[in-house]
Design a protein around this ligand. Structure first.
Ligand SMILES: [Zn+2]
Length: 127
């Protein structure tokens, strides 16, 4: 269950980036998963809730998943190609047994939607 450490890494990075940007709360975290990931989005969401659920900075924050591509090699015919979704098949032989470069990131934080201080709702001109 290394998802726990992976999720903690995303949380740490988000906290660092939000603090640097003067954010007081994180609304949304944009996360790109690649087919090299050997875990599901659900497990990341579960650990995120567990690790950050009671954290003021992450209160009500949502995870927004996107798919990134990863360089894969087909184990059947050795063809190299870019797999852009889970369960991607080899374009040459249709094989689904793929090997990913160990350097390929499985998941990455790509962006944040933060609330900055003084940016709370209700500050607009009503009336
Ligand atoms: Zn193949």
């Amino acid at each position: 269950m290394h998802e726990l450490g992976i999720t903690q890494g995303i949380i740490d990075r988000a906290r660092e980036a939000a603090t640097e940007a003067g954010g007081i709360r994180i609304r949304r975290l944009y996360v790109a998963m690649t087919p090299a990931a050997d875990f599901s989005q659900e497990s990341i969401e579960m650990y995120f809730e567990m690790l950050a659920g009671e954290d003021e900075l992450f209160r009500g924050a949502e995870l927004e998943f996107q798919w990134g591509s990863a360089a894969a090699t087909c184990l059947a015919c050795s063809r190299s190609f870019d797999a852009d979704r889970p369960g991607a098949a080899c374009p040459q032989c249709g094989g689904t047994q793929l090997r990913f470069d160990p350097e390929t990131p499985m998941i990455q934080l790509t962006g944040l939607d933060i609330v900055e201080s003084g940016d709370e709702e209700g500050a607009g001109s009503a009336g």
